[in-house]
Design a protein around this ligand. Structure first.
Ligand code: SF4
Length: 326
């Protein structure tokens, strides 16, 4: 089907098939602008010209027991990532308030390294910080704490948690090549528990770690089936010392834009954005991510690497005629 007609069909409620999505991802470079224009049409229909801005803080860094191939924080890899325990409640609250005030963030997430939350003390500290930012900011509250059980999720919800971030990271068929210390189904379980508890779910993945195009589409269909609310797309920024950096085949900016556009076709109503790695992956084409169908991005620094200056991001958004979704 012609791309703009397919976009119209998606707007009218058609769910595209995996075969159609694979074809979209294989769009030739000469047709790139037509693909982006069709994806942008879908985005404009469901999201208008609004952009959401998420901020994060690396609330506890390094020494993770897990062996995710791309991650600087895994104790299995020799990297020079910082190692520190959970920040204090005061530090967590200050980070969230600074993101709202200085970067116009609309959502904020406490992110910790490790398979899970390791003690009641950690859970209480995170909970108290959530309660304070619920009272004192307009931020949407999110956490990314690894695998959690229902009781832990419900406790955090009582403190004001709105959204759980937990990436599937990659397709089920590629997962064992990315990580062997926990399973894809562990991750699905945490997401399902968050939904059961009535939280919004933010879940996406990391791309450029050796997965195929078909597996990139496979992940999007898994996210659609689970019914996540927001989909962060991270592009590998290879960290020396990690296995993923050894055989790194960088994605070209056009490949990244086609990926975002294809995700917009598969997940028309979800929030979609490029988070980690966008500066390196897209270079001067960064503004094009919003033309490709993104309506959210991460502002400020990433977990272990620096992001673009927030003032530059805000300028880019203004120049594109987009509005921050407050
Ligand atoms: S991605 Fe998360 S679970 Fe995997 S190694 Fe890094 S901190 Fe640990």
């Amino acid at each position: 089907m012609e791309l703009l007609n397919l976009a119209e069909a998606v707007i009218a409620g058609t769910l595209i098939s995996q075969a159609e999505a694979n074809e979209l991802l294989r769009t030739p470079d000469s047709e790139l602008l037509t693909l982006l224009s069709a994806a942008e049409k879908i985005k404009r229909h469901f999201k208008g010209n609004k952009v959401k801005l998420c901020g994060i803080v690396n609330a506890k860094s390094g020494r993770c027991s897990e062996n995710c191939s791309f991650c600087a924080q895994s104790a299995h890899h020799k990297t020079d990532c910082q190692v520190y325990p959970l920040m204090s409640e005061k530090e967590l609250v200050e980070a969230a308030k600074a993101a709202e005030k200085n970067m116009s963030a609309t959502c904020f997430s406490f992110v910790t390294s490790g398979k899970t939350v390791h003690s009641d003390f950690e859970l209480r500290t995170l909970g108290s910080a959530l309660a304070t930012i619920t009272r004192e900011t307009k931020l949407n509250r999110c956490v990314s704490l690894g695998t959690l059980n229902l009781e832990q999720i419900q406790q955090l919800k009582k403190f004001g948690l709105k959204r759980l971030h937990h990436n599937l990271e990659t397709a089920e068929s590629f997962f064992p090549q990315m990580c062997t210390t926990h399973s894809y189904s562990d991750r699905v379980k945490t997401i399902k528990l968050a939904k059961e508890a009535g939280l919004e779910v933010c879940s996406g993945g990391i791309f450029g770690i050796g997965e195929s195009d078909v597996q990139r589409v496979e992940l999007a269909f898994a996210l659609r089936e689970i019914g996540v609310d927001s989909v962060p797309i991270n592009i590998l920024n290879p960290i020396p010392g990690t296995p993923a950096a050894v055989n790194h085949h960088p994605m070209t900016p056009f490949e990244v834009l086609k990926l975002v556009a294809t995700y917009r076709f598969i997940l028309p109503t979800q929030d979609i954005g490029i988070f980690g790695g966008r500066e390196k992956a897209l270079g001067t084409l960064q503004p094009m991510m919003f033309i490709a169908g993104a309506n959210v991005t991460l502002i400020g620094n990433y977990l272990t690497t620096k992001g673009q200056e927030p003032t530059k991001d805000l300028q880019m958004i203004r120049e594109l005629g987009l509005e921050i979704d407050v």
